[in-house]
Design a protein around this ligand. Structure first.
Ligand SMILES: *[C@@H]1O[C@H](CO)[C@@H](O)[C@H](O)[C@H]1NC(C)=O
Ligand SMILES: *[C@@H]1O[C@H](CO)[C@@H](O)[C@H](O)[C@H]1NC(C)=O
Ligand SMILES: *[C@@H]1O[C@H](CO)[C@@H](O)[C@H](O)[C@H]1NC(C)=O
Ligand SMILES: *[C@@H]1O[C@H](CO)[C@@H](O)[C@H](O)[C@H]1NC(C)=O
Length: 493
């Protein structure tokens, strides 16, 4: 029974494959890395041009950004169609642009057989007349001042694409386990829920001590010089008045994301570990926002020979739309712009599996085979090789972002698809997924506020019970099997 209900259905969300282990292509003679701590922060659903494109003009002309001559026709089938061109002045975004599989196909291909990036306007218009301008706008650098500072001071990667991969179930081995097996530590600093728990293996008792509440522990561990080798920070995915979401997913205000990045940077900058730290900030998807760079689609290896479901039978042989990626370290030269990688294949690109592939190299972890795609992805350890000593001129503080939203969080809104996946994960942790009313009723019918409360409760119950089991000496490779509290406390739902 358990097998059939224990895993929530999945989409192509980023977290599901970011941390899978990888095959290192040829462990060549390596330079000693000055980095002992890699901090990863993944934000949600904004394209490169939308967040960073306009920095070409005012921050660094070497960036492959926008000029304003990037246009999309209202109709890709009509040669005389009006066009809408990319402008600055992006504001608070609501509603969310389309980013389902079909929406992305339309955005990338329009009516062509190659990725002409011509269908963003047409696809947006199919949802709402107002959305076409939303997707064709980027932020003025002063609206995202934290990124503007970091791009000017450290490195921006302007050729980083989303990985498209079919992930079936979650039993895969992750980079976390590779680190653990090799005596290296990792830590997940979460706010609402550690979505890394979608990986079943990470629910084992031996890993329960790796999960920390961001607000309670991140600053303390940084101050004490105790951040683990791989430190993952998870943003808030639920938009609550007192605790607005800071994952950048529309309609969440990017000013809150900027605040989170600022807090993380300033904490690391003040830590005794700063001189050995690399911070990686990236995005899981482009979220339906325009980007002008054609998605790589030639000779991209299919990871595992699988194809997607009907009717498209996607072969996973192209990458997704470009996403923002910023890297920060005192070992990075001011104003660095990194485009494509050097190998391992002549047409290799940076994409999401570049992160575990690089971590493996930096920490010299023995190879673990995962897919053909990971072996092909470029790695970025060289970004910290340019200098012979760490910089001492890195800013200690970053500017504040001005809120773009003038209203309060919509706590009573219905859940997004991702939020209902989170509720389903929470229900698995909590034991509620065994109830016959679950998941259809519960995860689809909650408000954001209810889901937030439910999720927090489920996570803390799960972690508390796991810690209790560790104390009682339970086998460390087991996973706590919670009994639903809803059946026993039906008067208090
Ligand atoms: C971002 O978009 C992807 C692709 O549509 C989706 O799977 C994911 O859940 C979205 N993230 C959030 C936070 O909604
Ligand atoms: C479109 O924009 C107008 C003016 O900004 C607004 O009144 C209207 O509600 C918007 N419509 C939709 C569908 O978002
Ligand atoms: C980092 O290295 C620089 C240059 O060697 C040094 O001046 C600084 O004190 C170091 N900072 C920390 C936190 O160790
Ligand atoms: C789901 O929401 C609808 C509309 O708000 C409500 O009428 C219905 O009772 C809810 N169902 C459950 C099972 O809570």
């Amino acid at each position: 029974m358990e097998g059939s209900k224990s895993n929530p259905p999945i989409s192509f969300s980023f977290v599901f494959f970011l941390f899978l282990t990888v095959l290192s292509p040829m462990v060549a003679q390596q330079q000693q890395s000055p980095i002992k701590t890699v901090v990863v922060l993944v934000m949600e659903n904004r394209s490169f041009d939308h967040m960073i494109g306009w920095m070409k003009k005012s921050v660094n002309p070497a960036i492959n950004g926008v000029t304003g001559n990037e246009c999309n026709p209202v109709s890709t089938k009509d040669p005389n169609s009006q066009s809408i061109c990319f402008t600055d002045g992006s504001e608070f975004v609501d509603p969310d642009p389309g980013h389902s599989f079909d929406a992305v196909e339309q955005q990338v291909f329009g009516s062509t057989t190659f990725p002409s990036m011509s269908g963003f306007v047409e696809q947006a218009l199919s949802i709402s007349p107002n959305l076409s301008e939303t997707v064709m706008k980027g932020f003025r650098p002063e609206a995202v001042p934290v990124y503007t500072s970091l791009v000017g001071e450290f490195a921006v990667f302007d050729r980083c694409n989303v990985k498209k991969q079919l992930v079936q179930g979650f039993p895969q081995k992750t980079i976390f386990e590779s680190l653990h097996e090799n005596g290296l530590n990792f830590g997940i600093y979460f706010q609402n829920i550690p979505t890394t728990l979608f990986y079943r293996n990470l629910r084992k008792l031996k890993y329960v001590s790796k999960f920390h509440q961001f607000d309670l522990s991140f600053k303390k561990h940084a101050r004490d010089g105790k951040l683990p080798s791989l430190t993952v920070i998870e943003p808030r995915y639920f938009d609550i008045k007192a605790w607005p979401a800071n994952d950048d997913h529309p309609s969440h205000d990017v000013a809150n994301g900027q605040k989170l990045v600022k807090e993380v940077y300033e904490t690391l900058r003040a830590s005794p570990q700063w001189n050995e730290t690399l911070l990686v900030i990236t995005y899981d998807e482009h979220g339906g926002f325009y980007d002008h760079v054609q998605t790589p689609f030639e000779n991209v290896p299919n990871p595992d020979g699988n194809t997607g479901p009907a009717p498209s039978f996607f072969k996973f042989d192209r990458l997704g739309v470009r996403v923002p990626t910023i890297m920060v370290s005192p070992w990075i030269k001011k104003g660095t712009v990194v485009s494509g990688p050097n190998g391992p294949a002549p047409n290799s690109e940076f994409e999401h599996s570049s992160i575990p592939a690089t971590i493996k190299k930096m920490f010299n972890l023995p190879s673990n085979f995962l897919t053909h795609r990971d072996a092909w992805a470029g790695t970025f350890e060289g970004v910290v090789w340019e200098l012979s000593s760490p910089r001492t001129d890195c800013p200690e503080t970053l500017p504040d972002a001005v809120p773009l939203r003038t209203t309060e969080a919509k706590e009573d809104a219905a859940l997004s698809e991702f939020q209902s996946e989170i509720v389903q994960l929470a229900a698995v942790l909590n034991g509620d997924h065994f109830l016959s009313s679950f998941p259809n009723e519960m995860s689809k019918n909650m408000t954001v506020k209810e889901a937030h409360k439910y999720t927090r409760g489920a996570v803390s119950r799960f972690i508390r019970a796991s810690k209790e089991a560790v104390k009682l000496g339970a086998d460390e490779s087991t996973i706590v099997d919670m009994r639903s509290s809803l059946t026993t406390k039906s008067s208090n739902p």
